[in-house]
Design a protein. Structure first.
Length: 125
């Protein structure tokens, strides 16, 4: 009989990012024949409250560059419409991808985009 005091906790793997693309999308063809569109999104970190810069002022925020993989036809199409400097809104899940390289098995975390939407297009030159 289950313990009534134990609360069931469901696992959640949800990622929501808003940031600027750092480069144009890249199309990769997998050995399986599948196609993936890869992007990199630059997001700003909030200032860390415990690490002040010299002089006692808050450190300026730093950034993280997050790899995005677009597998679905809709996400791939939207990603391919980008020039590489747009501000985008990405929702998806964190995935760890493995592959065999010259020095053995390697891995990397990336966000698998379920939804991708352009929030701000680059200004025309």
């Amino acid at each position: 009989m289950p313990d009534p005091d134990v609360v069931a906790i469901a696992a959640v793997n949800e990622v929501h990012l808003v940031g600027r693309l750092s480069a144009p999308p890249i199309v990769k063809h997998m050995p399986s024949g599948a196609e993936v569109v890869q992007l990199r999104v630059v997001v700003q970190r909030p200032p860390h409250p415990r690490t002040p810069a010299k002089g006692g002022t808050a450190r300026p925020p730093t950034v993280d560059t997050i790899d995005i993989a677009c597998w679905s036809p809709v996400a791939r199409r939207r990603a391919l419409a980008c020039s590489g400097t747009e501000v985008v809104d990405v929702s998806g899940a964190l995935r760890r991808r493995f592959w065999r390289g010259p020095s053995g098995v390697a891995s990397r975390y990336e966000v698998e985009a379920a939804k991708l939407r352009v929030l701000k297009k680059p200004k025309p030159a």
